[in-house]
Design a protein around this ligand. Sequence first.
Ligand SMILES: *Cc1c(COP(=O)(O)O)cnc(C)c1O
Length: 389
Amino acid sequence: MTNTIRDSAPMAPVPFVDLSLQYQELNAEIEEAIHDVIGRGDFILGKALREFEAAFASACGAEYGIGVASGTAAIAIGLQACGVEPGDEVLVPANTFIATLIGIMQARAVPVLVDCDPSTALIDIAAAERAVTPKTRAILPVHLYGQMVAPGQLLDLALTHNLTVFEDAAQAHLARRENYRAGSVGRAAAFSFYPSKNLGAFGSGGMVVTRDEAVAQQCRILRNYGAPEKYVHTEFGTNSRLDTIQAAVLNVKLPHLESWNRDRNSAAEQYDTQLLLLRDRGIVPMFNHCEDGHVYHLYVIRVTEESPLSRDDLQHKLGELGIQTGIHYPIPCHLQPGYKDLGYKAGDFPHTETLSGQILSLPMFPGITNSQVNQVVEGIYTALGVKRE
Ligand SMILES: *Cc1c(COP(=O)(O)O)cnc(C)c1O
């Protein structure tokens, strides 16, 4: 039976993300924290930054946190601090956000791309092993969409081939798998606090976390003009610090992160359950290996050949129904026009290429309501022309 009230009253649009909810909740506390920084005037490498570095590192099961200007910078600085040198090869998934490659290339290392497991979109460890050469120095797994790459398999591969593991955890704040937290598997890890990430600042920000004191010290030098002490420059460093004001905002938000991630998990469970009957119509959610350790930065479905609609047509129809969706990512890194020099071509990473035409990210954010999720699912049924039982 269709609901007549619903048929006559157009429903409010469902946004892809809604960050205003978090702000309303913490508004007063955040403004106070910002004013404290202004009062102290310690805008660069200030007190709130040191507090946030310690708190976030500890939440990740790491020892040291080094706040930097972005997730991209965290990758570049973190890799250099781990001893990755110009010309070293770094294994990295072909389906990631381009910033992962930028970080590697800023460290003047060579990204060696690897295909993914199509059921999870995570790096295929067996394919990574086949790509190892005598020049391979590190593997850079990306905990994509909020799901960690299997720590056991990663560490085995690293041990066998003497590789450094450096995690891109920009989408996986507080994710867990096999008793590891994202950021505690490798020698070091990079996080981003881009506003729409699971933990987002009021601007750009990032952090390297590590248990290795020497790596931490090297990051502190590199982010601050290559200077271990003022006006002594032992390294060719850069200027890349997390602003104290951003750290103050993040300090207020961090205690809520666990509960926001739980919100994301319940929404994902609801999507999983309600989309189950559309599996034979080609709507297939990405597989979750982690149960409640997945932090669902994104909730991604595949629109396979069995679907009566292409991904693009489904996205378009959902848009007409007021449901905003995204594609993460529509063009794989190896086919990006600016990256031709890496020497890859269409056909090199078949799973990644197929996925880029099939994936669709549904609305997902802390505070998304049951009825919003239901409205998205209803929209998918309507778009596909399937009657909902
Ligand atoms: C967001 C993101 C980055 C880059 O972070 P910025 O803070 O935007 O520089 C890197 N890798 C992945 C997987 C990301 O999602």
